[in-house]
Design a protein around this ligand. Structure first.
Ligand SMILES: [Zn+2]
Length: 225
């Protein structure tokens, strides 16, 4: 039986069999001259799961450009970018609908514009809801292009700003970011008193916060965003 995954075999001066997944997801095998193909494939079979897992990850990473057909996160679930019927843009349970016929460069811009628009109403409503619950006053909410920060707060004026990227993460995590910014209205720093305030309002904030790191990695791997 031969190994089911295609690979390139390179005979080399070495004592062991080496396997490597290249940038494009292809499999490269290096083996000593005296080892038979049957023996090499026996080794490959024991590593098959590892090979498939790695290939999948590398190939998904390749698809990090936002194009029609790409699945991208919105409120924590993946939705497919599609050309909208009759140019009616919007977000459904499964799709991100943007105008049709856009160029490669225009597609991410259209998605971001949509996230800013839906983010403005969603994040404003959520911020007001939580502010009322916590008993703090917010003057205004804006959604911006910040790349390094999920949210920020101008304490003196009571204005809160969020990055459109926040619309990608799960709702529970958004709630953490909002709570974080609202806690700044009481404590402008990141002192122990500040974190105590966050915890009082949101006991499981650490779990919710940990999810942000996954999305930070995701954005770091994106091209042209
Ligand atoms: Zn902060």
């Amino acid at each position: 039986m031969s190994f089911p995954i295609p690979y390139t075999l390179i005979r080399a001066k070495r004592k062991t069999i080496g396997i490597r997944i290249l940038k494009d997801g292809s499999l490269e095998v290096r083996a000593p001259r005296y080892v038979s193909v049957a023996e090499i494939e026996k080794v490959l079979c024991t590593r098959e799961n590892w090979i498939t897992e790695h290939q999948n990850r590398v190939r998904t990473m390749e698809r990090t450009k936002w194009q029609y057909g790409t699945e991208i996160p919105y409120l924590g679930t993946l939705r497919t970018i599609v050309p909208a019927v009759g140019n009616r843009v919007g977000v459904s349970d499964t799709e991100i609908q943007i105008p049709e016929g856009l160029s490669d460069a225009e597609i991410p811009k259209a998605v971001i514009a949509l996230y800013i628009k839906t983010g403005k109403s969603y994040l404003t409503a959520e911020t007001n809801r939580l502010a009322e619950k916590y008993g703090v006053t917010v003057r205004s909410v804006t959604v911006n292009h910040a790349a390094k920060r999920w949210g920020s707060c101008t304490v003196q004026t009571g204005r809160i700003h969020y990055s459109w990227r926040l619309m990608c993460v799960p709702q529970k995590t958004i709630e953490y970011v909002i709570t974080h910014e609202l806690a700044h209205l009481r404590h402008p720093d990141h002192s122990p008193a500040f974190w105590q305030q966050v915890e009082n309002w949101l006991a499981d904030y650490e779990e919710r916060r940990a999810v942000l790191r996954e999305y930070e990695n995701y954005f770091n791997s994106l091209e042209g965003i």
